[in-house]
Design a binder for this molecule. Sequence first.
Ligand code: M6R
Length: 369
Amino acid sequence: EKGGYDYFMLKEIAEQPKAVADTLLGRIDLAGNLCLDEVRIPASVLREVSKVVIVACGTAYHAGMIAKYAIEHWTRIPCETELASEFRYRDPILDQRTLVIAISQSGETMDTLMALRHAREQGAKVLAICNTNGSTIPRESDAVLYTHAGPEVAVASTKAFLTQLVACYLVALYLGQVRGTKWGDEILSVIRELSEIATQVEEVLETMEPVRELARTLAGKNTVLFLGRHVGYPVALEGALKLKELAYMHAEGFAAGELKHGPIALIEQDVPVVVVVPSPRGRSVLHDKIVSNIQEIRARGARTIVIAERGDETVAPYADHLIEIPATPTLLQPLVATVPLQVFACELATARGNEVDQPRNLAKSVTVE
Ligand code: M6R
């Protein structure tokens, strides 16, 4: 049932190109427009949305953080992403024009369910992004967009995360499409690039041997830090979460711009720091800023593990280990940048002798608040 792999997690990492392709299937028409009629929220309602609020937990929350960048950029609708467990306790401001998006692989996470119940009580519309047909969260929502990742068995979420991202991009682009923003051309070109992503994820998977080797050499470390900016920041958080839950190591993700406000004090000789570098094209200011962050930490002795676009020559001199990923538009980069971090965590956990599919103290779906 593990299809020749030692662990479900390895199998599920390998299934990501297919999971991504399946989640796009039938949702883009021949003219390159999105068709999400299945969501069954009328375009007239979507045109009236004045605020989007995303609620989720754990890895799904990281997908939601990335979705915020995409939704605000392509639709200009204000969007906030909140941990489902915090949401209802702060008496959030919601009304009929609020679209709440609840993201959940299992569809049974109690924190997320309670958040969406609260949102519906306040009159908000709830759209679920979910991987499990007929589970509680989609049943209790106004609408659902299923991710087609197939069953995810390993406790650590991998292919569900990538498909949650795809679903979030589809929702963001669809909102942009029905509302007609000034980004119309960009939306069409991103839809095209999204169709290429499964192949790019495949390419990443084919180049993972050096990442596995590197992970094995770090098995004796106590701490690994992760840095990113923009959509690379949630990717850093996701890399750290994977390492915590699988390798039981101290792992922390930071927004690179926050380094100088405290975390840089953690940098000492030989501490591994993984840095997610945005594309040098497009938002080049961000790119230049992160290159100077890498220089700063390296000057203080950090061992830099840099995830950067293939052909990005500016970062190479400061990378002790360079992990190259294919070129994508910045907003889509998490789909390719997260994969090496999954492989890294899985290999490190194995090297430490941990049970990869069933980490200690964790359950696949958390059905208590
Ligand atoms: O089933 P859900 O997507 O609602 O689960 C949310 C989190 O519990 C889940 O993503 C958790 O953080 C994973 N173990 C992360 O790998």
